[in-house]
Design a protein around this ligand. Structure first.
Ligand SMILES: Nc1nc2c(ncn2[C@@H]2O[C@H](COP(=O)(O)OP(=O)(O)OP(=O)(O)O)[C@@H](O)[C@H]2O)c(=O)[nH]1
Ligand SMILES: [Mg+2]
Length: 450
């Protein structure tokens, strides 16, 4: 016959032994009291974590603005403030980008010299599309030949970033100034590149030992070519050629398509030295065009504020926005310094006008009507340089008329700020918070100085 007990097996297992002595009973009860205490503490901690998670607010922010307006630089600046260690760990990847930036700038100059050579062989009367170039000296032609190995450097470095990096508008193996190095945001190129260097953290510590041969050779060629690059950049005839080629400010008014602001040309010796490590400022300055949309998260806590989980979307190029809804805020980057530039993709369109047009589209978008608007009137450092060098805002923004052109009294900045604010007033489908700031996001931690 089977006897079935009313008590469940677990209770049975936990029951004290029938022959328990009073001392053993006291010890058992003490153990049980301690176990309960530990369990209560764990429950308390779990509750605390649950409540803390509930109180961390997620804020979704969309970075928008035309290409080269400074979206990725803004993001890098946020990362520098919120996760400086991760930022430092990426130096190895950024060194390659800095070197690619140097080589690109030199190729821009070499292309302009080639145009000057063509002009010397087939002189033609001046027109804005047919500039008159100065004659090149034998020394310059010699430098041009000496810098041919840089083509190999570019191809080698790109090959190592590839397939994450591409040269837009370029056939394989070709090098020309028209192209820009770009990376698709969905590609974890920094991680991939760090792994390639067999260095999980991607730092430069011990990097040289693990560096692939092509990268080491590329750095050595750059280092060996350093003096030639410096001579080229400092040559007064080169400056004249660049003015004629619309790459440097000059007379007649330059139509900047590409420019040398932010180039590493004034720091060639430092960045091509064999022991070079990019600084935070170098990383902020390094240019890598973004393709697609990338998402970045940081936890932001200042003072007694409730912690915020920021989710920032960097939209490369940013000409289409319709699928971005539910964004708490939009940070729009409008580079004020580009008043004398035209779009790389269409040289009939002024970049400042294009920025205003894009701002109008975003401000009036019904999908984005609930997002607060933050406007960064960016690249004020370049604006200051341009205005102090004598380039006149009124030559490009005719409505500015004969107001003062000096940056110090800020009248141009205030004038442009009012224009952007007017667009919000006239085109926003709903009333919402709107803030605007003058920024130079290339300056590290600039947001902490407000
Ligand atoms: N001097 C200066 N340069 C800036 C500033 N903001 C950005 N830049 C530089 O401008 C270039 C373009 O900046 P990015 O942040 O790559 O521009 P982007 O808007 O992400 O461009 P896309 O990826 O093409 O959409 C980089 O070389 C930056 O270092 C600024 O305030 N001052
Ligand atoms: Mg970008």
């Amino acid at each position: 016959m089977t006897v079935v007990s009313d008590i469940d097996p677990l209770t049975l297992a936990l029951q004290p032994p029938p022959d328990e002595t009073p001392e053993a009973r006291e010890a058992r009860l003490q153990r049980e009291r301690e176990a309960k205490k530990r369990s209560d503490l764990i429950d308390e901690e779990l509750n605390r974590q649950r409540n803390a998670e509930k109180s961390v607010k997620s804020v979704k922010i969309l970075l928008l603005g035309q290409s080269e307006s400074g979206k990725s630089t803004t993001l890098k600046n946020f990362q520098l403030i919120n996760s400086p260690k991760a930022f430092k760990a990426e130096r190895a990847s950024w060194r390659v980008v800095v070197h690619l930036n140097v080589v690109r700038s030199i190729h821009l100059i070499l292309d302009a010299l080639t145009a000057a050579e063509v002009f010397a062989a087939h002189p033609r009367p001046y027109s804005p599309d047919n500039p008159v170039y100065p004659a090149l000296t034998p020394e310059l032609l010699g430098l041009k030949l000496r810098l041919i190995p840089l083509q190999q450097v570019e191809i080698a470095l790109l090959g190592k970033l590839s397939p994450h990096a591409t040269l837009k508008n370029e056939a394989p193996g070709e090098v020309s100034s028209a192209a820009e190095v770009s990376v698709h945001s969905a590609m974890p190129w920094k991680t991939a590149f760090s792994r390639l260097l067999n260095n999980v953290r991607g730092s430069l510590d011990g990097l040289e030992a693990n560096e692939p041969q092509e990268c080491r050779e590329a750095r050595q060629i750059l280092h060996a070519s350093s003096e030639y690059m410096i001579c080229l950049w400092n040559d007064p005839i080169v400056k004249e050629v660049l003015k004629a080629h619309h790459l440097l400010s000059g007379s007649p008014p330059a139509r900047f398509v590409r420019s040398f602001y932010n180039s590493f040309l004034d720091a060639i010796q430092r960045v091509t030295s064999l022991s070079y490590e990019p600084t935070n400022d170098d990383i902020l300055r390094a240019r890598l065009k973004t393709l697609g949309v990338s998402e970045h998260q940081f936890s932001l806590k200042t003072g007694n504020m409730v912690p915020h989980n920021w989710i920032v979307y960097d939209v490369g190029g940013a000409r289409s926005v319709p699928y971005f809804d539910h964004m708490q805020a939009i940070i729009f980057l409008a580079p004020l310094s580009c008043f004398d530039q035209v779009l790389a993709e269409d040289d009939r369109v002024n970049r400042l006008e294009d920025s205003m047009l894009l701002w109008k589209i975003i401000v009036s978008s019904p999908l984005l009507k609930n997002s607060n608007l933050i406007l960064f009137l960016n690249k004020c450092d370049i604006l200051r340089t341009k205005l102090t060098s004598g380039i006149k805002l009124s030559d490009y923004v005719t409505s500015y008329a004969d107001r003062p052109n000096d940056f110090e009294n800020c009248s141009q900045c205030e004038y442009l700020k009012k224009k952007f604010a007017g667009i919000v007033k006239n085109y926003s489908p709903s009333s919402r918070a709107y803030y605007s700031y003058f920024t130079s996001v290339i300056v590290s931690r600039c947001f902490l100085r407000w």
